[in-house]
Design a protein around this ligand. Sequence first.
Ligand SMILES: CC(C)(COP(=O)(O)OP(=O)(O)OC[C@H]1O[C@@H](n2cnc3c(N)ncnc32)[C@H](O)[C@@H]1OP(=O)(O)O)[C@@H](O)C(=O)NCCC(=O)NCCSC(=O)C[C@H](O)C(=O)O
Ligand SMILES: [Mg+2]
Length: 273
Amino acid sequence: MSKAIYAPPRTALFLPASNARAIEKAKGLKADMVILDLEDAVKAEDKEAAREAVRRVEGFGDRPFGVRVNSEHSDHWKADLKAVKKSAATHVIVPKVEKSETVTYAAAYADRPVLAMIETAAGVMNVGPIASTTGWGVEMAGLIVGTNDLAASLKLPPTAGRAQMALALQLVVLAARGREIWVLDGVFNRLDDPEGLAAECAEGRLLGFDGKSLIHPNQIDIARAAFDPTESELEEARALVAAFTGGAERYKDAMIEEMHIDQAKALLARAGR
Ligand SMILES: CC(C)(COP(=O)(O)OP(=O)(O)OC[C@H]1O[C@@H](n2cnc3c(N)ncnc32)[C@H](O)[C@@H]1OP(=O)(O)O)[C@@H](O)C(=O)NCCC(=O)NCCSC(=O)C[C@H](O)C(=O)O
Ligand SMILES: [Mg+2]
């Protein structure tokens, strides 16, 4: 299968592969990536029909289209990977990854670039090798944090928040940046809390995530705005690039060097996507 090159998604919308209405709706939504779920969002009795839907969907225009399979410990693992192979999906999303071999297996069976979900303590402790999986035609596309399962795996009490998983989030970002692959933040469960979502997206961007995984259409615009550079960031980047002549220089009240210009150019390129 020929593989297109995509920019890292700011917004990756999950929806149950068993929900035909949501699949139709997603075609007209502005999420950068659409992910059909075969795992937690699909009831056991609907799994086969959901796989059939995955095989039938023609795609979502020129956007990346992922399918999340059930985990390697489930009875659905191989059937799901086979369905992905027969589908128009551009990526396979593998949940609860704890070792490189899982990525290798999924890549071989689904014949798609892999986004590995890191959502257990064991996955976090092994995230470096997982992000570095190579060989056997594996294309490691990126990492997604699964914050709900991670909270359960860490045995966090219901009152815990993101602060209590900060180290895990940062380890995932570090592993992805070390391999120059995508890294997406976990979902925000509260459907009617736009301020809370905006705050969590802003925090995710500050941590270095490329974008956020989403569960509802009303989350798309908020997440997209949070992960796009602001006008003042862009103005500052343009001014910095224009001012720089080389070496170490004073710019306003700070020292700038080549790496600051590279960062500014990357920001401008991101805005021009
Ligand atoms: C969470 C929901 C079950 C809420 O459903 P509902 O209350 O029915 O939504 P609304 O009535 O507000 O929907 C309004 C319209 O929008 C469409 N819709 C809703 N959600 C989606 C969606 N995700 N994609 C596309 N379209 C969507 C409805 O069909 C309505 O359309 P219309 O009929 O035209 O009015 C539901 O939002 C949902 O199922 N969300 C996705 C759930 C999911 O995929 N979960 C898996 C990913 S979560 C995850 O990965 C967690 C991770 O593993 C971890 O451990 O953290
Ligand atoms: Mg999960």
